[in-house]
Design a protein. Structure first.
Length: 133
């Protein structure tokens, strides 16, 4: 299981055609690859969470483009793409009193999946998951 901390940026976008396109174009211009994206739409706006695997802080790029952003560490976990893996992950964290506050992911192909999670104790979660507990 590959476990590492990456960055998630949360922004509000208007719920109009082209808003997401203009937003992700900022990442392309900086050569930053998006490894995860999720959104929740409510009426005329939405919350978009974008996860990137880069050492560069990009909140200044988003701020300069007029976005208010929140940067959060999230854990990227690559695990086997089979039934029960998410249950094991969630059970391990719950068993150690660690709350999962955000989760999203997908299969990567080749029997591998990536799950991105924000948790109440990132350092402890990384330690537990890296040790395979």
């Amino acid at each position: 299981m590959l476990v590492k901390v990456v960055k998630q940026y949360t922004v509000f976008l208007p719920n109009v055609p082209g808003a997401l396109s203009r937003f992700v174009e900022l990442f392309v211009k900086e050569g930053i690859n998006i490894i995860g994206i999720a959104s929740e739409i409510r009426d005329d706006s939405g919350v978009v969470r974008v996860t990137v695997d880069t050492g560069n802080k990009i909140s200044y790029i988003l701020t300069n483009a007029g976005f208010t952003t929140v940067e959060t560490p999230v854990i990227s976990i690559e695990l086997a793409d089979k039934p029960g893996e998410l249950l094991n992950l969630a059970g391990t964290l719950a068993g150690h009193g660690i709350n999962i506050t955000t989760v999203y992911g997908t299969a990567l192909g080749g029997n591998t999946a990536r799950v991105l999670i924000a948790v109440s104790d990132t350092d402890r979660a990384v330690e537990l998951l890296s040790a395979g507990r």
